[in-house]
Design a protein. Structure first.
Length: 188
């Protein structure tokens, strides 16, 4: 029997409009994600919410020699889930990149996510959220490596596009790694 879980990647304030690392059109992922959450709740299926959860002096921050403006500092407002994200108290929250050194774009990196999915005998995952070209990509590729049938929902992701075209490249890389791409409608 197949068992499908929903993985919502980093649907946090700092990656949306007004946030310190706002992804262009990032807020647009929230309505389709909410529809998916509703459906998964109604069906009693598992939901995982990953979040970027950095210390204030994280090595990925520009003032520490890293690539990014400070963002998603653990406990700060910017690290909170998007205010319009549907409440799902039953979801499992997965905090990542919690140590100063090194970054963790993948929700599987340094977390219990793999063990939790395996313990629940999950076979398939649907992945949505932010950002296509960083944490969504890394999480989806790791999901395939964990042996999960992995589908990324292309209408429910947006990319940073540090270089124009990065998001498209990310889709190509995910496909090459064995990730399926689909629209969220087909799961609602
Ligand atoms: C992310 C850049 C830095 C992401 C996290 O969630 O995609 N991107 N930290
Ligand atoms: Zn980060």
């Amino acid at each position: 029997m197949n068992k499908t879980a929903l993985i919502v990647v980093d649907a946090q304030r700092d990656f949306c409009a007004g946030g310190s690392l706002a992804v262009p059109d990032g807020d647009a992922v929230i309505p389709p994600i909410n529809a998916l959450i509703k459906k998964f709740q109604a069906d009693g299926k598992l939901i995982f919410l990953t979040r970027d959860w950095h210390p204030a002096d994280h090595s990925s921050f520009a003032d520490q020699g890293g690539l990014w403006p400070p963002h998603c500092v653990a406990g700060a407002t910017g690290a909170a889930f998007h205010p319009d994200l549907l409440a799902c108290p039953e979801a499992t929250v997965v905090s990542k990149a919690t140590e100063r050194e090194g970054d963790a774009y993948s929700g599987f990196d340094g977390t219990l996510l793999r063990a939790q999915l395996l313990a629940a005998e999950v076979t398939d995952v649907l992945i949505c959220g932010l950002a296509s070209d960083y944490c969504v990509k890394a999480t989806a590729i790791d999901a395939v490596k964990a042996g999960l049938a992995t589908t990324v929902l292309t209408d429910a992701i947006r990319g940073v596009d540090v270089q124009p075209g990065d998001s498209q490249l990310a889709l190509d890389e995910m496909k090459a790694a064995g990730v399926k791409l689909a629209l969220s409608d087909s799961f609602i």
